[in-house]
Design a protein around this ligand. Structure first.
Ligand code: AVI
Length: 346
């Protein structure tokens, strides 16, 4: 998941990180909102309120992704671990682990095969990986958690390999779907750089509607997952404006921006936008290196806040191949809503 850097362990690293986050938020807002069309990067969603709203999204009736992936793990965990490890022990490493709620199913399967399992959650949020460590070590005896605070999108990552072990890397939750295709391949290549031939990747991807691979997903149900009846996704989307008002002093009027979810069939993605309900001007105050900017919105003009790519099996294979992974097994639910792909490093 995209997350902004979070406070570090002591006061001076806390101050440095807060300053770095502010500078990054200001930079993103300035470049995105002065561009045409206007955009904002999705990592801006995940401040404390936004992370909480995302947790609420994952349990909405319309948002089938999380529960479908969890059910696939529950049904196939032993088979996945067996295929990834063979006769060798396995260590699990997870990109964008967050609080690692679904990963417990796979870790429990790992401790059924071997006495002790090393789990390496990698996330930019220190608080999330520490929460993951507490949850997992308390609930699954036999798992040793070694969190790593790193931005796997921009920094090289490091995966430890206990003697003789195979690595099973996890990139789940369709997090890869929030990146453009070239960025997705770059993330997988960064990961592949830490793996050996024969190691595995478990990749969770949401599936595209229609097509021969698909049984039960309509565009309408996909849109509902991103525009739920309770308005939680709308609040999640608008929260980015709340954040800019608070952190940068912009004066967005929340009632004058509507949440929009659109299906873009050519790019095979859901797009989230914030649409201006009428002509209006919002001020972006001067930053350390930028002048104050009046941002003019025409009626109906949008800020594009997120892409969420939806995949066909061919798109998944095409993304894995240039990063030197080959699909070994694909698990899909009965309605073909979501895919969990086990790929081998080649
Ligand atoms: C985190 N990511 C996989 C979510 C998704 O489905 O693209 C983010 C999200 N945006 C709106 N709802 C959920």
């Amino acid at each position: 998941m995209f997350e902004s850097p979070t406070p570090g362990a002591n006061v001076s690293s806390f101050t440095q990180e807060v300053t770095a986050v502010n500078a990054a938020v200001a930079h993103e807002a300035y470049t995105g909102l002065t561009a045409s069309p206007k955009t904002l990067t999705p990592w801006l969603f995940y401040d404390e309120a936004g992370s909480h709203l995302f947790e609420q999204i994952t349990v909405l009736p319309e948002y089938y992704l999380t529960r479908t992936e969890r059910a696939l793990f529950a049904a196939h965990a032993d088979e996945i671990l067996e295929a990834a490890g063979g006769v060798q022990p396995v260590t699990l490493a997870e990109l964008g682990a967050g609080t690692a709620t679904k990963t417990g199913i796979l870790l429990a399967a790992a401790v059924r095969r071997q006495a002790s399992v090393l789990y390496q959650p990698i996330d930019v949020s220190e608080t999330s990986v520490e929460e993951a460590r507490e949850n997992i070590e308390r609930n699954i005896p036999g798992v040793v958690v070694e969190p790593q605070v790193a931005n796997y999108i921009t920094e090289p990552i490091r995966i430890e390999r206990p003697h003789d072990a195979r690595v099973l890397a996890l990139y789940i939750g369709s997090s890869i779907g929030n990146f453009a295709p070239d960025e997705a391949v770059a993330i997988l290549r960064n990961l592949r750089g830490q793996l050996q031939v024969g190691d595995s990747l478990l990749l969770g991807t949401d599936l595209a509607p229609g097509g021969t691979h698909n049984g039960g997903k309509s565009v309408a149900s996909l849109l509902a997952a991103y525009d739920d009846a309770q308005g939680v996704t709308a609040a999640f989307n608008r929260n980015v404006l709340v954040r800019l008002n608070r952190e940068l002093g912009t004066n967005f009027d929340l009632d004058r921006f509507r949440h929009r979810a659109r299906w873009n069939p050519l790019a095979s993605r859901i797009e989230m936008h914030l649409e201006s309900v009428g002509p209006q001007t919002v001020t972006l105050p001067a930053g350390a290196e930028t002048p104050a900017v009046p941002m003019r919105f025409a009626a109906g003009e949008t800020i594009h806040t997120e892409n969420s790519y939806k995949f066909t099996p061919a798109m998944i294979a095409a993304m894995l191949k240039p990063a030197c992974f080959a699909t070994s097994r694909t698990f899909m639910d009965a309605q073909n809503l979501f895919a969990v792909t086990l790929a081998t490093a080649v």
